[in-house]
Design a protein around this ligand. Structure first.
Ligand SMILES: CSC[C@H]1O[C@H](OP(=O)(O)O)[C@H](O)[C@@H]1O
Ligand SMILES: Nc1ncnc2[nH]cnc12
Length: 291
């Protein structure tokens, strides 16, 4: 199978550079309109796809990002591996603004979003015990180190609904009681949906601030976030540029089974399945439903 690296760019990242044969293409999805057109091309002989999570011009809020359409559209055009790059606040002194974190766990506190491709007429339960792909995360870690970025391996991301930042009490609870390392508003349900779509998913959190717990930093200040974000975005592009050489054009099955997540997940009996839902699942779950 050919590798196709899909990059979902968060706040501050609305394109990537260096792609050969770059073109923005509208992709139709039965799950709605994706956040924007998708920028496709090749980098070092590997096919690439880039989707700005909030759309060019930052149109979608964390709540209204069309997460299902985005993941479906990426899978539909052949993406095999998804790298999410996101701005985040930090709960750890040593994860400083400007640093990157390879996220490997999440606590999902979002509540106003569609979180599954499945439902009445085709019920499925996938495991998200290990919600990210270590193979992909390791490649990002190496790429970032090669680019001279300070990057931390492993971290728990608290996904909040937003759009407001946390209260001081919430910030302290997430840090002290819940053991979270970083906080953002978008990686859930994105990571869960990627797993349902059998896509390898790695999340790189780019620290912009210390949220509100830090005694020396006080409240989160968007103008300061934007300033840090500009530097982070350039570093994020440097990391992405190095990924094709590390992942290569030929893709073996994922050693962690991300691409087989649906093997034992679908519960609804074949004769009870809703044809309309099955039709919408053509890209996400076609491997399981067309047999
Ligand atoms: C710009 S501050 C808040 C905003 O930034 C993050 O977005 P993304 O995860 O897409 O980089 C955060 O989750 C909030 O949506
Ligand atoms: N402190 C914070 N909380 C939530 N999302 C963020 N994105 C960037 N900084 C953040």
């Amino acid at each position: 199978m050919d590798t196709m690296i899909g990059v979902i760019g968060g706040s501050g990242i609305y394109d990537i550079d260096g792609l050969q044969d770059a073109r923005w293409t509208a992709v139709d999805s039965p799950w709605g309109t994706p956040s924007d057109e998708i920028l496709t091309g090749t980098l070092g002989g590997v096919r690439m796809a880039f989707l700005p999570r909030h759309g060019r011009g930052h149109v979608h809020s964390p709540t209204t990002v069309p997460y299902r359409a985005n993941i479906d559209a990426l899978k539909r055009i052949g993406v095999t591996d998804v790298i999410s790059v996101s701005a985040c606040g930090s709960f750890r002194e040593h994860m400083a603004p400007g640093d990157f974190v390879v996220v490997d766990q999440f606590i999902d506190r979002t509540f106003a979003r569609e979180k599954s491709f499945f439902g009445t007429g085709c019920v499925a339960h996938v495991s998200v015990a290990h919600p990210t792909c270590p193979r992909l995360g390791d490649a990002c870690f190496t790429a970032a180190q090669d680019a001279g970025i300070t990057i931390h391996k492993g971290g728990t991301y608290l996904a909040m609904e937003g759009p407001q930042f946390s209260t001081l009490a919430e910030s302290k609870m997430y840090r002290d009681s819940w053991g979270c390392d970083v906080i953002g508003m978008t990686n859930m349900p994105e990571a869960k949906l990627a797993r349902e779509a059998e896509l390898c998913y790695a999340s790189i959190a780019m620290v912009t601030d210390y949220d509100s717990w830090h005694p020396d930093h006080g409240a989160v200040d968007v103008s300061e976030i934007i300033r840090i974000l500009m530097g982070n975005a350039q570093k994020g592009r440097e990391m992405v540029r190095r990924l094709p050489a590390l992942l290569g054009p030929d893709r073996a099955p994922c050693p962690h089974g991300c691409d087989r997540a649906l093997d034992h997940a679908i519960l609804t009996a074949p004769d009870k399945r809703d044809p309309a839902l099955l039709a919408r699942l053509d890209a996400v779950a076609g491997r399981m439903l067309n047999t």
